[in-house]
Design a protein around this ligand. Structure first.
Ligand code: CDP
Ligand code: CDP
Length: 225
C-alpha cells in the first residue's frame, strides 16, 4: 500500500480516541500523534512555572520557552511526549493537569502554537492524530475523519478505572466533574471548539470492544486506500 492518508479522530473526553488512533497507526505503519498531550504539556509548564495565563504577554513569553517533541519508546515503540527534553507522558495524565488544560487550550495563541506544529507533522501524510479540532481545523482536507463518542457514564467509568489504578484516592465524582467540565469548555470556546466535521464518520463505541472499534475503522481506511 503506497498511498498514505491522513486520519483524524476527534470527540469527547475519554471515549477511546487514543486507543483507536494508536492501534490504527500500528496496523498501518503510520505515525500517531496525541494532540491532547501537547495541550496537557503546555498546561504542565504553565502550572510548574506559575505562568499567569490570563495575561497574553505572559503566555507569549512562556510559549517561547517551550519545546515539545514526540519520541518512540524503545521498549514498546509507543510515541511519548517530551517537554523541554523531559519525558512527561505520564505526569500530564494527572487530574491536576486535567483540571486546567481546557482553560489553557482555549487561549488563541496556545492553539496557534500547537496547530502549526501539528500541521507540520502531517506534511508527509501517513499520520493518525486525535484531539478536538483535528478534522475541522488542523487537517480539514484529511481523507478519513472519525468522530468518536460513547455514553457519558461509560466514559466516566473508563477514565476512573485508569486513574484509580495510578492513585486509589481518586473518586468517581471527581472524574465525572472533570470530564463534564472539559467537554463543556471544549465545545463552547470561541477558538476551534469541539464539533463534528460535516464529512466525519461517527463511531459510537459505548458497546464496542477495542477490537470491534478497530475493525470498523480499518474497514473505513480500506475504502479510502
Ligand atoms: O484523553 P482525554 O480525552 O481526556 O483528553 P486529551 O485528548 O488528552 O485532551 C486534553 C484537553 O486538551 C482537552 O480536554 C482539550 O481541552 C484540549 N485539546 C484541545 O483543545 N484540542 C485538541 N486537539 C486536543 C486536546
Ligand atoms: O483518548 P481518549 O481520552 O478518547 O480515550 P482513551 O484513553 O483511548 O480510552 C479511555 C479508556 O477507555 C481506556 O482505558 C481504554 O482502554 C478504554 N476503552 C474501552 O474500554 N473500550 C473501548 N471500546 C475503547 C476504549
Amino acid at each position: 500500500m503506497d498511498k498514505k492518508i491522513i486520519i483524524t479522530i476527534d470527540g469527547w473526553s475519554s471515549c477511546g480516541k487514543s486507543t483507536l488512533a494508536k492501534q490504527l497507526a500500528r496496523e498501518l505503519g503510520y505515525v500517531y500523534i496525541d494532540s491532547g498531550a501537547m495541550y496537557r504539556s503546555i498546561t504542565l509548564y504553565f502550572l510548574r512555572n506559575h505562568v499567569d495565563w490570563t495575561n497574553p504577554e505572559a503566555v507569549h513569553e512562556a510559549l517561547g520557552h517551550i519545546k515539545l517533541q514526540f519520541h518512540a519508546n524503545h521498549k514498546n515503540g509507543q510515541s511519548e511526549i517530551f517537554l523541554n527534553d523531559e519525558n512527561v507522558e505520564y505526569v500530564i495524565r494527572d487530574l491536576v493537569v486535567a483540571e486546567k488544560v481546557s482553560e489553557v487550550a482555549a487561549i488563541r495563541e496556545v492553539r496557534e502554537y500547537a496547530v502549526k506544529q501539528q500541521q507540520e507533522m502531517g506534511r508527509k501524510k501517513g499520520i493518525v492524530m486525535d484531539g478536538r479540532d483535528i478534522g475541522t481545523v488542523v487537517f480539514p482536507d484529511a481523507e478519513l475523519k472519525i468522530f468518536m463518542t460513547a455514553d457519558n457514564a461509560i466514559r466516566v467509568q473508563r477514565r476512573f478505572k485508569e486513574l484509580y489504578e495510578k492513585n486509589p484516592n481518586v473518586t468517581i465524582e471527581e472524574v465525572r466533574a472533570n470530564l463534564e467540565m472539559r467537554d463543556y469548555i471544549d465545545s463552547h470556546r470561541e477558538v476551534s471548539p469541539l464539533r463534528q466535521a460535516e464529512d466525519a464518520l461517527v463511531l459510537d463505541n459505548s458497546h464496542l470492544t477495542i477490537r470491534q472499534q478497530l475493525d470498523i475503522a480499518l474497514g473505513w481506511v480500506k475504502e479510502r486506500l
